[in-house]
Design a protein around this ligand. Structure first.
Ligand code: NDP
Length: 430
């Protein structure tokens, strides 16, 4: 593992620290070298993507797909388009995805892909041409039983649709090789909502276990994208008051409770920004500073933006201001130091590997619908999603209790996920 891959190193350190109590009981696991074997991806594919911009000029970006581990099932994990994408970020995301997917109890391995292409400021035609160019190379490595990508930051239904079209053009195949597709192109109902809704479902199960309820609580959400928006929506549906949301440019606060349908309209129908909200509700406050969200008071904080979005000082302020519940829609949103602080505080904290697994779970349901040619109804998808999140909560809670740390769901998630992956790897000699 290279010290030049800081995000990957951070993710590995978090896992290895928290599974130590399990390793202490199982010296044979350490002896078998599986901890080391697990850190090496099956393959990291890096390729050139050349595409034509609107001025007929050829542009070049780097494309990635890290196929990390398929011991439990086909590689599964999203595609991210963001200028910060590099091999370290791809490897951390793919590595975490292995354990997350294992926790769902569904047959999925771990992978992740993306590009340093920045969709911001690009025309729809440019985004389409980029997606098509990216798929020319990626298509060689995909298959419904081999590797099935989905969306992530910068990649939603529209981009998945463009990639699917190119895959069909290149291969002539029409199968479940991508998930998160638009509904009319074989997507699953509730897939866009699944990560955010799943986050609230698992939080609901956890809070219920501790005789608490989401209803009436004040909620803050960092990130106003696919995950953050749907988390805010479900929180409001469950009776909470969502008092703030942020994006990369700023923080929006409304002490009366945000009007989520209006926020969705601004984002999805008007292609606007959260700051536009104050023109409709002048009592709301907008700060052009994404860190303001961590300075506010709340009962529940939902981290739904990006890796390392919050550091020790952000988390300390949230705790000092009385935040009692935290859950991660994003992957690795806390620095390891910030996470240690949260764990030491003994508040109820659900880490991303467990808490944001709803999206990939509904992706597996999408694969199932595609292979059976039988779409499901919304209530069926929602019921399965709830069941999966409940099972994940029960698994991490049971594991945490086994190690006499009943509130340490980082330990619970990491040990439970690790055990499943290690079993499968040993059975297959990986
Ligand atoms: P989107 O691209 O839809 O949204 C990301 C949001 O986060 C945008 O509102 C963006 O702002 C905002 N953002 C980025 N950096 C910051 C920051 N430093 N502070 C505040 N806001 C910020 O991505 P998703 O919602 O799909 O993904 C969000 C997170 O959830 C990622 O970590 C992703 O890996 C994870 N995740 C996503 C899943 C999915 O199904 N999509 C599944 C599981 C996890 P702006 O729009 O202004 O750039």
């Amino acid at each position: 593992m290279s010290k030049y891959e800081p995000e990957f190193q951070q993710a590995v350190e978090e896992i290895e620290k928290s599974i130590q109590p399990y390793l202490d009981q199982h010296p044979e696991i350490v002896e078998s070298g599986i901890v080391e074997r697990l850190k090496v991806p099956d393959r990291s594919i890096i390729f050139k993507v050349t595409w034509m911009d609107d001025n007929n000029k050829l542009q070049v970006n780097t494309g990635y797909r890290v196929q990390f581990n398929n011991s439990i099932g086909p590689y599964k994990g999203g595609i991210r388009f963001h200028p910060t994408v590099n091999l370290s970020i791809m490897k951390f995301l793919a590595y975490e995805q292995i354990f997350k997917n294992a926790l769902t109890g569904l047959p999925m391995g771990g992978g992740k892909g993306g590009s340093d292409f920045d969709p911001k400021g690009k025309s729809v035609a440019e985004i389409m041409r980029f997606c098509q160019a990216y798929m020319i190379e990626l298509s060689k490595y995909l298959g419904p039983n081999m590797d099935v990508p989905a969306g992530d930051i910068g990649v939603g239904q529209r981009e998945v649709g463009f990639m699917l079209g190119q895959y069909k053009r290149l291969t002539g195949l029409s199968n479940g090789v991508l998930t998160g597709k638009p509904l009319s192109s074989g997507g699953s109902i509730l897939r866009p909502e699944a990560t955010g809704y799943g986050l609230l479902y698992i939080l609901e199960y956890a809070m219920d276990d501790f005789n608490e309820s989401i209803s009436e609580k004040e909620v803050l959400v960092s990130g106003a994208g696919n995950v953050g928006m749907h988390a805010a929506e479900k929180a409001a549906q469950l009776g909470a008051k969502v008092v703030g949301i942020s994006n990369v440019s700023g923080t929006l606060l409304d002490e009366v409770g945000l009007d989520i349908p209006l926020l969705k309209k601004i984002a999805y129908e008007e292609d606007g920004d959260i700051s536009d909200y104050v023109t409709v509700y002048p009592h709301a406050k907008y700060y052009p500073d994404n860190k303001q969200i961590y300075q506010q008071k709340c009962d529940i904080f939902l981290f739904c933006a990006t890796q390392n979005e919050a550091d020790e000082s952000d988390v300390r302020t949230l705790l000092d201001n009385g935040c009692q519940f935290m859950a991660e829609g994003a992957n690795m949103p806390l620095t390891n130091e910030a996470q240690d602080l949260v764990l030491a505080s003994d508040i109820l904290y659900l880490p991303g590997k467990a808490a944001n697994a709803g999206g990939v779970s509904v992706s597996l349901m999408e694969m199932s619908q595609n292979s059976s040619f039988m779409p499901w109804f919304a209530h069926e998808v929602d019921r399965h999603l709830r069941n999966i999140m409940e099972n994940i909560y029960n698994t991490i809670s049971k594991t945490a209790k086994e190690y006499n740390q009943p509130r340490n769901f980082v330990l619970g998630a990491n040990i439970a996920g690790f055990k499943k992956v290690v079993d499968a790897m040993n059975q297959q000699g990986f």
